[in-house]
Design a binder for this molecule. Structure first.
Ligand code: PLP
Length: 404
């Protein structure tokens, strides 16, 4: 008898389970709006044209090899990635108080960051209610505790800013607060700049520690700088923080796993020494978990980041993606209005990034799946990238049927 015979199967990941069902579904009108991956106007996966070029350059590079990386990753790659998120003129970078390492995309960054927090701080991590489901799993898997702060106002379908501030105020001093830097998953609703300032004020007053997850830079507004505004503002305010950065979405490198952690140390005389020690500590954690992070995707990323022409083209590619999503939001919202679908639908257009929190109930979503082959998560979140000009009308008419 195997020593593993008593193991029960793990519950299926709800999103990957939906993808399975979608693939088996023979309805020609089926729509997959469950998974957070960009689709082009024909509903197909999209390889960014700039990524195709960068891969060709890498392929032709006679010096490219497969040697091991340092545990912390390649220094120049780390530096270029930090500039994308912290800004090329960031004083934190100039003052060498940023500890950056390469990771296995955003999820790998979150895991290493949690390990680091476990070893250095070991207090509960406050996450938004709701949040990306894997946040809880990663935190639990690191033997840390999570607690929730209010985020969503279901009635008004917008941010519950007063509840959020109250919860941060009531958390014990020096708590860790996990914030989505932009394009909040699943609600598609970010704080305004004024609201970010209020959040920052409470965090400062309570001496909380900020932990930014940035998986969608460029997807919220189509502009990298704009989407990193909150992070840069917090740093400007002198805060010490972690940023987990993913290139999965904004370069469409989902399966290739490119990402970084940046830990920004607050200004002081010995901040750069502290940053060096933090980086070496992060490298030590990486060594014990995966030895060193994979290199193919970050090489592609770095080719794009280090060439001004390719960098410009990347920004244009990102505008194509975020622009198409915004167009789908508007088309869906306009169609709901035209059909006089019960309820308000402006939020579909107002929300930003990849997702929309539709407000549909579990029962309504189940009906969409069973009757119309429209696959979305039970919490009513849809990946707007799954809509296109050919299926948006079918989607809206189906929702209209379901809510009546
Ligand atoms: N954080 C959030 C909020 C996400 O939605 C995702 C992916 O869906 C990630 C992190 C991690 O992305 P990846 O590990 O693919 O880079």
């Amino acid at each position: 008898m195997s020593r593993f015979a008593t193991l029960e199967p793990q519950p299926k990941d709800p999103i990957f389970a939906l993808v399975d069902l979608y693939q088996k579904d023979e309805n020609p009108n089926k729509i997959n709006i469950s998974v957070g991956a960009y689709r082009d106007e024909n509903g197909k996966p999209y390889v960014l044209p700039v990524v195709k070029k960068a891969k060709q350059i890498l392929l032709n590079d006679p010096n490219a090899n497969h040697e091991y990386n340092p545990m912390t990753g390649v220094d120049s790659f780390c530096h270029n990635a930090a500039k994308v998120i912290l800004g090329k003129d960031s004083p934190a970078i100039a003052e060498e108080r940023v500890a950056t390492i390469q990771t296995v995309a955003g999820t790998g960054a979150l895991k290493i960051a949690c390990e680091f927090l476990k070893q250095t701080k070991n207090t509960p991590i406050y996450i938004s209610n709701p949040t990306w489901a894997n946040h809880k799993a990663i935190i639990e898997n690191t033997d840390l505790e999570w607690k929730e702060y209010s985020y969503w106002n279901q009635e008004n379908r917008n941010l519950n800013i007063e509840g959020l501030l109250e919860d941060l105020n009531n958390a014990p001093d020096n708590s860790t607060i996990l914030l989505h830097a932009c394009a909040h998953n699943p609600t598609g609703t970010d704080p305004t700049r004024e609201q970010w300032k209020r959040i920052c004020e409470v965090i400062k007053k309570k001496n909380h520690f900020t932990f930014f997850d940035c998986a969608y830079q460029g997807f919220a507004s189509g502009d990298l700088d704009n989407d990193a505004w909150a992070i840069r503002y917090f740093i400007e305010q002198g805060l010490e923080l972690i940023v987990c950065q993913s290139f999965s979405k904004n370069m469409g490198l989902y399966s290739e796993r490119a990402g970084y952690i940046h830990i920004v140390i607050k200004p002081s005389e010995n901040a750069s020494v502290i940053a060096k020690n933090v980086r070496s500590h992060l490298g030590g954690i990486t060594r014990a978990i995966l030895s060193n992070a994979p290199n193919f995707a970050v090489r592609v990323v770095d080719i794009i980041l280090s060439d001004p022409e390719l960098y410009k083209e990347w920004n244009e590619n990102m505008k194509v993606m975020s622009g198409r999503i915004q167009k789908m939001r508007k088309m869906a919202r306009d169609k709901f209005v035209e059909l006089k679908t019960p309820g308000t639908w402006d939020h579909i257009q107002q929300q930003i990034g990849m997702f929309s929190y539709t407000g549909l109930t579990v029962k309504q979503v189940e009906c969409l799946i069973e009757k119309f082959s429209i696959y979305m998560t039970k919490n009513g979140r849809m990946s707007v990238a799954g809509l296109n000009e050919k299926n948006v009308e079918y989607f809206v008419k189906s929702v209209d049927w379901v809510v009546r």
